[in-house]
Write a new protein. Structure first.
Length: 174
């Protein structure tokens, strides 16, 4: 069974719509970056699987299935380690080391796809995604703090910022 099929079977309609949007953005980024076939496949698998449950739980299932590299990417998507730390959970890095090398780049690409996709799966600016998250969970939620840190990190990296700008819709001129 492929990652897409798992998403279809395990996500509700809203979760599937957002996940489909993230996967679409990830595919666009992979094409524009001319990723090698195996890296592109791993990125798309991570995109389809990243919201099947809590990041740590999904990563544990992937590890049990022999997918260690994919587990590490999914575990750390969306600055999940920071959110877990704010919640007072056991540090994620102890169980799932932060991806390194090529997989570190895939994690960044997945995060870019995530912060440029709204809850309905439509392309969105990181600011619009952050506003939507705050509306859903409130400003004090650890996920909000993690997303602010993630968007800041992406904005400080010129390459990441250029990718965000290439996949996020342009802000309307006022």
């Amino acid at each position: 069974m492929c990652a897409h099929d798992l998403a279809v079977r395990l996500l509700d309609e809203a979760g599937y719509a957002r996940t489909r949007g993230v996967a679409q953005r990830a595919a666009r980024i992979a094409r524009s970056g001319r990723l090698e076939r195996d890296r592109r496949a791993r990125l798309l698998c991570a995109a389809w699987l990243h919201r099947l449950g809590a990041p740590r739980d999904t990563a544990r299932r992937l590890r049990a299935a022999g997918q260690e590299e994919l587990a590490r990417i999914v575990a750390h998507a969306g600055f999940a380690a920071m959110a877990a730390g704010i919640r007072g959970e056991v540090p994620l890095e102890g169980e799932f080391p932060v991806p390194t090398g090529a997989d570190e780049g895939l994690l960044m690409l997945l995060d870019i796809a995530g912060v440029t996709t709204d809850e309905d799966g439509a392309p969105a600016s990181p600011a619009r995604c952050l506003r939507g998250l705050v509306e859903r969970v409130g400003p004090a939620d650890p996920e909000v703090r993690a997303m602010v840190a993630l968007v800041t990190r992406l904005g400080e990296d010129p390459g990441a910022r250029a990718l965000v700008e290439s996949v996020a819709p342009a802000a309307p001129i006022r």
